[in-house]
Write a protein that binds this ligand. Structure first.
Ligand SMILES: *[C@@H]1O[C@H](CO)[C@@H](O)[C@H](O)[C@H]1NC(C)=O
Ligand SMILES: *[C@@H]1O[C@H](CO)[C@@H](O)[C@H](O)[C@H]1NC(C)=O
Ligand SMILES: *[C@@H]1O[C@H](CO)[C@@H](O)[C@H](O)[C@H]1NC(C)=O
Ligand SMILES: *[C@@H]1O[C@H](CO)[C@@H](O)[C@H](O)[C@H]1NC(C)=O
Ligand SMILES: *[C@@H]1O[C@H](CO)[C@@H](O)[C@H](O)[C@H]1NC(C)=O
Ligand SMILES: *[C@@H]1O[C@H](CO)[C@@H](O)[C@H](O)[C@H]1NC(C)=O
Ligand SMILES: *[C@@H]1O[C@H](CO)[C@@H](O)[C@H](O)[C@H]1NC(C)=O
Length: 366
């Protein structure tokens, strides 16, 4: 009787110990979306749902608009890092709305000559996939804080620079009422957009706007490019930022159990992390390795991709094994092409009123 009692106590203790072990798994009660925008960890909505304050999202405007509280920006999209196949530095992408600069526009904030984006000390940096774009007449748009580079463009009112309609739809080369300039690589965490009169002798007041955006190649988003007052009324442009993890606790990094760039076999694990340590904090950037997909910032978040079940864009099965007689065989992180198994009829038997076949299988059963 006593024995049974002790066993029960032991089982109870075990249950208690295992359930109270510290875990970094995210509660399933954390919302995964705000409106229809996916919010992947380390970002999160609500207490205990985000890694630290840098990744806190508030879901505002009737729970439909995600807002990144630390940098005070509305979020349009969050992307996890792409899977890596080498030791390169992974990062995720986040698209946010940034104020546009303007000169001579009517309505609120018609004169906002410079807008600075300062992400110093944050896990966010400005992606080089943004383009400086300006609309208007004889206005000069420049990027500030990009020294030693000088980046800018002039949007002219000279009609001789106007391009044929079919070209105008896709770009603003030429400079008539619209111009653009590429962002230098490695812009870092501080950048500004400034707008001014191109020749300093303007008498005509037209609405001029300038902004950085990653939507330059999507003309469908700009229904009427020459109408700068309409762009001004929109107030914001979408800008793309890179993000990493600013982790103050090494236990987070350890909980992920990922390969690191100094390991010989980092590629053999489902995920890979690159860590840069500073005195008070470390920047952690993780990605699933090729052949895995999911969230590298959750423990066991990268799951094996079954390459054999991959579909083409048209929805048909992708034929990975083209040699005749071979079939696709999924293995962790990859796939193999193996001969399909062959069956030989070894004998045909006959029972009282039916014929039966006996098969001997050769090769591997898949
Ligand atoms: C959801 O996404 C679609 C397109 O991706 C967009 O048109 C729609 O407005 C979004 N709805 C909400 C509530 O955000
Ligand atoms: C907020 O959402 C609720 C439920 O979907 C809806 O009934 C209400 O009209 C919305 N309010 C606003 C201001 O959009
Ligand atoms: C690593 O792979 C990425 C994308 O897969 C590529 O852009 C990058 O150039 C590669 N880096 C090296 C050092 O091979
Ligand atoms: C945009 O500009 C307005 C007016 O100057 C300002 O109140 C607001 O904070 C700015 N928004 C952002 C996200 O910088
Ligand atoms: C950018 O932010 C950092 C940290 O908040 C601050 O020290 C620095 O002065 C700011 N730079 C500019 C140009 O605003
Ligand atoms: C402004 O100055 C430029 C360059 O000096 C000149 O070409 C242009 O005609 C001037 N515009 C006006 C409106 O005076
Ligand atoms: C574009 O805007 C200009 C200036 O406001 C206007 O004259 C023109 O009709 C607009 N074009 C279209 C296609 O809406």
């Amino acid at each position: 009787m006593r024995c049974v009692f002790w066993i029960h106590l032991c089982v109870l203790l075990l249950v208690f110990i295992t359930s109270s072990a510290p875990e970094l798994t995210i509660s399933s009660s954390c919302p995964s979306h705000c409106g229809n925008i996916s919010i992947p960890y380390p970002f999160g909505i609500g207490k205990d749902c985000y890694l630290n304050d840098w990744y806190e999202i508030r879901c505002i405007h009737n729970s439909s608009v995600p807002f990144l509280t630390t940098i005070q920006k509305e979020v349009v999209r969050i992307d996890l890092p792409e899977p890596v196949n080498n030791g390169s530095h992974p990062y995720g992408l986040i698209r946010v709305k940034a104020n546009i600069t303007s000169m001579g526009c009517s309505g609120g904030n018609g004169h906002n000559l410079e807008e600075v984006l300062n992400f110093t000390g944050t896990p966010f940096s400005i992606s080089e996939d943004n383009t400086l774009v300006a609309f208007g007449c004889n206005s000069k748009a420049t990027l500030t804080n990009v020294e030693p580079s000088i980046v800018g463009c002039i949007s002219s009112c000279d009609p001789s620079l106007e391009l044929p309609q079919f070209l105008k739809k896709s770009s603003c080369y030429g400079g008539f009422k619209c111009c653009n300039a590429r962002t230098p690589a490695d812009v870092g965490r501080l950048i500004g957009v400034k707008i001014e009169s191109a020749y300093g002798n303007e008498t005509r007041q037209e609405c001029n706007v300038a902004f950085l955006t990653d939507e330059y190649d999507q003309p469908s988003l700009w229904p009427n490019r020459t109408d700068s007052s309409r762009l001004h009324a929109g107030k914001y442009a979408t800008i793309q930022l890179k993000w990493q993890v600013l982790a103050s606790h090494p236990s987070f990094e350890e909980s992920l159990v990922c390969g690191q760039n100094f390991d010989d076999d980092f590629y053999s694990k489902p995920c890979y992390c690159d860590v840069v340590h500073f005195v008070e904090y470390s920047y952690l950037s993780c990605a699933c390795t090729n052949g895995y997909e999911g969230n590298p910032y959750t423990p066991n978040g990268c799951k094996d991709v079954d390459e054999c079940k991959k579909l083409q864009d048209d929805g048909r099965r992708l034929d990975l094994c083209t040699k005749s007689g071979e079939i696709c065989h999924n293995i962790p992180g990859s796939y193999e092409c193996k001969p399909s198994y062959k069956a030989l009829v070894t004998y045909i038997g006959k029972s009282s009123n039916s014929i039966y076949f006996h098969f001997l299988t050769l090769g591997e059963i898949i």
